[in-house]
Design a protein around this ligand. Structure first.
Ligand SMILES: NC(=O)c1ccc[n+]([C@@H]2O[C@H](COP(=O)([O-])OP(=O)(O)OC[C@H]3O[C@@H](n4cnc5c(N)ncnc54)[C@H](OP(=O)(O)O)[C@@H]3O)[C@@H](O)[C@H]2O)c1
Length: 236
């Protein structure tokens, strides 16, 4: 059955691939972006009856009411929006810590609160957050990002036990270093050192994430909940 899906970060490297796959399957998508409308315009022209473009800045408190007014019911929430931030933990200004956590952590928390009542009513729902390998390992200079991504692991576990009886699953996907999206912010030297940590010495194919989301949305994925699903090429 076709679902109503709110996908944040739809204009990002991973988001656009996730969106395309879900649209191909006939789902209706609220495609939330911040600044890069161009790629999504192409997609929405291809699927005019299945898409709604939503421009919002998730660091702004008043964004949520607007989003909910435009897209009031969702069966599925996928929060792929995220920002990276670098800086040693003792140097990050509180404002920067706040900005990163607002988009990476508070946004999925608030959006979940908005859509859970509808999911509970229908006794079916899927909530998918994006954590990161950076939350599972210590990585120098990533304190704000890593704190926000770690928080999602705890939040997804708690929500999974709270919502299990309502037919709602909640999981966090924790990608390693993918060959798309945020990786563009990493220097070539750093990419060489990242590849050294991966057993295959390669970056990840984002289609693995697309396929995992497919599974989580299916009824056959209904017993997968409260998990942090790592896709990282075997970095331990
Ligand atoms: N790619 C990887 O290797 C990797 C690894 C680990 C975890 N992750 C996580 O996976 C998720 C997707 O990553 P990605 O690689 O696709 O990232 P990306 O290409 O950098 O895309 C980030 C997305 O977040 C949106 N965004 C940024 N600031 C926003 C704001 N203030 N309000 C609303 N939306 C905002 C961007 O919108 P605009 O582009 O329209 O501004 C974009 O759609 C992220 O949560 C990331 O932390 C990715």
């Amino acid at each position: 059955m076709h679902k109503r899906i709110l996908l944040t970060g739809a204009s990002g490297g991973l988001g656009i691939l996730i969106a395309k796959n879900l649209l191909d399957q006939g789902h209706f998508l609220g495609l939330l972006y911040h600044s890069k409308e161009d790629k999504l315009k192409v997609l929405s022209a291809q699927y005019p009856n299945q898409t709604l473009l939503i421009k919002a800045d998730l660091s702004e408190d008043d964004a949520y009411e607007t989003i909910f007014n435009i897209f009031p019911n969702a069966d599925v929430l996928i929060h792929a929006a995220g920002i990276a931030s670098s800086g040693m933990s003792w140097k990050i200004p509180p404002k920067e810590f706040d900005r990163v956590n607002k988009i990476n952590y508070f946004a999925p928390f608030y959006l979940s609160q908005l859509y859970i009542p509808n999911m509970r009513l229908h006794k079916w729902g899927r909530i998918i957050f994006f954590s990161s390998i950076v939350a599972q390992k210590g990585v120098v200079g990533t304190s704000a990002y890593s704190a926000s991504k770690s928080a999602l692991i705890g939040l997804s576990k708690t929500m999974a036990v709270e919502l299990g009886a309502s037919g709602i699953t909640v999981n966090a996907i924790a990608p390693g270093y993918m060959n798309s999206g945020m990786i563009r912010e990493i220097s070539d030297d750093m990419i060489v050192s990242i590849k050294d940590q991966v057993p295959s010495h390669t970056l990840g194919d984002p289609q693995g994430i697309v396929a995992l989301i497919d599974l989580l949305l299916k009824d056959s994925g209904s017993y997968i909940t409260g998990q942090t699903l790592s896709i990282n090429g075997g970095i331990l």
